[in-house]
Design a protein around this ligand. Structure first.
Ligand code: NAD
Length: 499
């Protein structure tokens, strides 16, 4: 088994995968891949050009007819093998994620496990794509439905979950009989290559899964390519909308997850110990770089002082450091220097607008890594920019409200719609929150209500563009189209045939 360090050495000039062959980009430019804990460049991703896209889509298109004809249980056999390989290589992949993304090893394991669960779900593809039927729907006529693959599907993923997000997409797409072109984030291409290498080892035929790299040029070339049938995108809202518009205006299916701003409401009757643990995990896990990050805390009257004291003490205990060195680290760096500076500027701007820093994480000396410590911004109000915009870093805004009603009303003014959580011991308050919040994933005493593989990842508003979400049975519906078959067979065949 190849160690992650050797893998980085082998792929420091990041290749494309086309037709099960590693190959170079036809473009000349590259972007650096960092180890964010050390601030060091570990690889170079090709910026990619439209010609790379043409080669990958051609390989996927050529492979489609024969892959679509493979019986579903045989496709599942390859996924079962892939599942075994993923389990065997889990620690190597986790180390790779910690190295190129900066997550802690435990967070990196979680990143793979959530993707792993999608592979397990996809192993049931024969059952998942079974149709419906009605015999004798009219005299001598039977009706049935079948689900068929679409063709070449594309996946475009963000930097923050190098394994999980790509795995929301390709295991389901290829299980359904489609072929696939993945365009991972240029900031974390190595995990995608490791996942691709294991697919080849699992016996996936050439051309069924391909990888290209790059930014805007490559993404737009994928979105408008005439041989691409469907696009799955996950990233920031502005680009999600652009991808959705480009793809759908050309008749393609698009599902596009965007950014978020997730509100947590701690009621006075909540179990403060467990609420503090959940809020800290949701706000500072993965250094706040999660689309389900609990980035805004609303505390109605009655919760205020005691809860904030406990929260501050818990944040004080968080160990921030190099996720590829120190073993006891609980929070790693952010992805790069640009992100660190953007987040620092956001904190500065919030303070200039009147927010009160209970903790200011901007000062982290003696390191070349892209570190920030956790920041708690108290007295954030709805007119501040930090209230409305996604920060995507370890910053928790605290908003004081009078009641649950006011908290829900303010939260519903946000343009996003991923997740929201209430902490309470009152069923009525929980039920009201679940019914009135205008977002797609609700937690009751659950810090990060991100659904597992059997459920769809259900963003609303600017957090999702499209109809069918990623994962779960919606994912299967997205990657297949339905055919209805009506057959008339006269059971009087002996008379008809003159027997
Ligand atoms: P991003 O939007 O910068 O990049 C996402 C993908 O788009 C990458 O593959 C990138 O190469 C590509 N891209 C970048 N600029 C582009 C452009 N101008 N035109 C076309 N493509 C372009 O996002 P990111 O910084 O990698 O990830 C963070 C964002 O992703 C956050 O907003 C986060 O909330 C969101 N996210 C959403 C979900 C979800 O399920 N809704 C899950 C994870 C992350």
């Amino acid at each position: 088994m190849e160690k992650a360090t050797d893998f980085i050495g082998r792929f420091s000039h990041v290749p494309l995968l086309i037709g099960n062959q590693w190959t170079g980009s036809r473009g000349n430019d590259t972007t650096p891949v960092y180890n964010p804990s050390k601030g060091q460049v570990i690889a170079h991703t090709p910026s990619g050009i439209a010609e790379d896209v043409d080669r990958a889509v051609k390989a996927a298109n050529d492979a489609f007819p024969s892959w679509a004809a493979v019986p579903a249980p045989k496709r599942a056999d390859i996924l079962f093998h892939y599942r075994e390989l993923l389990a065997e290589h889990l620690e190597h992949i986790a180390w790779l994620i910690a190295t190129e993304n900066g997550k802690t090893i435990e967070e990196a394991r979680g990143d793979i496990r959530r993707g792993f669960e999608v592979v397990e779900f996809a192993c049931g593809i024969a059952h998942l794509t079974k149709g419906e039927n009605l015999g004798q729907l009219a005299a001598e006529i039977d009706g049935l439905t079948m689900r068929e693959p679409l063709g070449v599907c594309v996946g475009i993923s963000p930097f923050n979950f190098p394994a999980m997000v790509a795995m929301w997409m390709f295991p389901l797409a290829i299980a359904c009989g489609n072929t696939f072109v993945l365009k991972p984030s240029e900031k974390v291409p190595l995990t995608a290559l490791y996942l691709a290498d294991l697919l080849v080892q699992a016996g996936l035929p050439a051309g069924v899964f391909n990888v290209v790299h790059g930014g805007r040029e490559v993404v737009e070339a994928l979105c408008v390519h005439p041989d691409v049938a469907a696009i799955s995108f996950v990233g920031s809202s502005e680009i999600a909308l652009r991808v959705y518009q480009l793809g759908t205006s050309r008749g393609k299916r698009v599902q596009a997850g965007g950014g978020a701003k997730n509100v947590h409401v701690v009621m006075p009757d909540a179990d403060f110990d467990s609420a503090v643990r959940a809020v800290v995990g949701a706000a500072f896990g993965c250094s706040g770089q999660r689309c389900m990050a609990g980035s805004t805390l609303m505390i109605p009257n009655g919760t205020d002082a005691a809860f904030l004291q406990q929260l501050n003490a818990a944040v004080d205990q968080l160990v921030v450091g190099d996720t590829t060195g120190q073993v006891d680290v609980q929070m790693g760096p952010v992805i790069d220097g640009l992100a660190r500076d953007r987040i620092s500027d956001t904190i500065q701007h919030a303070v200039s607008q009147g927010a009160k820093p209970m903790r200011d994480g901007r000062r982290f000396q003696d390191t070349d890594g892209f570190f920030l410590r956790p920041t708690l911004l108290d007295e954030v109000s709805p007119d501040m920019e930090v209230f409305r915009r996604e920060v995507f870093g370890p910053v928790l805004s605290i908003v004081h409200t009078s009641t649950l009603d006011e908290s829900i009303r303010l939260a519903n003014t946000l343009p996003f719609g991923n997740g929201a959580t209430i902490y309470t011991s009152n069923g009525g308050a929980a039920r009201k929150f679940a019914r009135e919040m205008k977002c797609g994933m609700i937690g009751v005493n659950v810090g990060v209500p991100a659904p597992m593989a059997i459920f769809p990842f259900s963003g609303w508003n600017q957090s999702f563009y499209g109809d069918l979400h990623l994962q779960g049975t919606e994912g299967i519906l997205f990657y297949t189209r339905q055919k209805v078959l009506l057959s008339r067979w006269d059971t009087n065949y002996e008379r008809i045939n003159g027997w």
